[in-house]
Design a protein around this ligand. Structure first.
Ligand code: NAG
Length: 287
């Protein structure tokens, strides 16, 4: 990847479609809708204080306005050091010769982000559950987070387990869990099986956020993403009631935008009902 990635995470989604072939997550990051609900409690106040300090120092710094800069300095982890990357993402092991793509760093226009500190993040996550929900893009974010943190955790103090749609990384000494939940549409769909599905026949069920959402309850931090699977280029099928397996389905067809809007609204309602506004606050990145 020689050309620099996007200069702004909020540019048009459609422009980004042309970059799909680009194999690394940094470019992908630019065109998702990304909502994080971040714990706003004492444990997190350390991070929060740091962020506040950045804001105070750099009045009016919008960390989402910036650009990618290429740096000679090493990446924060190497692929071979991290045992948790799935084979489909181990570019180097599969012979990718260049390494330039590892050196991009996000640089806000008006301030600089503090460098990543794994100890600080693990301390902040002590006794907490951090959950990534969505499609393979968020799986990538989850794996990256685990890779960034796992290197400072001894072998016998960490584990990775999968229970159906849920994958759980545990940092035992911190009683901290970082999790990933596969739900490419957030809502229930006939593509919830990552292997058995057809792109041309995607159906989501109306009002079904709790189908997956019941597994998200109790998480202290949730990072949602859903985007790519909606982009079939066809009207979207919404199941009104009954089963995906019914021969005659009670379905309506709507535009992708309307279907996506429905999912966003469902997700926001879920957040309102299930997250504590006293403890959590909501951030929306990108669009
Ligand atoms: C990382 O954070 C820990 C815990 O707050 C702190 O003790 C340490 O000095 C930090 N390391 C760096 C390099 O800033």
């Amino acid at each position: 990847m020689k050309s620099p990635p996007s200069s702004s995470p909020s540019s048009s989604l459609l422009l980004r479609k042309t970059r799909l072939i680009s194999p690394f997550l940094f470019t992908l990051l630019a065109f998702i809708l990304f909502i994080a609900v971040i714990l706003y409690s004492e444990v997190f106040s350390q991070c929060h204080t740091k962020l506040s300090r950045i804001r105070e120092r750099e009045e009016g710094c919008d960390v989402f306005k910036g650009r990618w800069v290429w740096e000679k300095g090493g990446p924060l982890y190497e692929e071979y050091e991290c045992p948790y990357i799935q084979p489909q993402l181990t570019c180097q092991q599969h012979g990718r010769p260049d390494k330039d793509y590892l050196h991009w760093r996000w640089q806000p226009h008006a301030c600089s982000l503090p460098s990543f500190n794994a100890t600080l993040v693990l301390e902040s996550l002590r006794g907490k559950r951090m959950l990534f929900v969505g499609d393979s893009l968020n799986r990538g974010q989850f794996v990256s987070m685990v890779c960034l943190l796992q290197r400072i955790i001894p072998e016998n103090a960490k584990s990775m387990e999968t229970f159906g749609s849920l994958t759980v990384f545990t940092a035992k000494d911190y009683n901290a869990k970082i999790e990933y939940y596969w739900a490419p549409f957030l809502l229930e769909s006939n593509a919830d099986d990552a292997v058995i599905h057809r792109i041309t026949d995607r159906i989501v069920r109306k009002g079904s956020i709790n189908k997956h959402g019941k597994n998200w309850k109790g998480a202290d931090i949730i990072v949602f993403n859903t985007y790519l699977w909606w982009m079939t280029g066809m009207p979207f099928k919404i199941l009104q009631k009954g089963s995906f397996k019914d021969d005659v389905k009670d379905m309506i067809e709507v535009s992708t935008e309307d279907a996506y809007r429905m999912a966003m609204k469902s997700m926001l309602r879920w957040v309102k009902r299930n997250m504590d506004p006293k403890k959590n606050r909501e951030h929306r990145l990108g669009r």
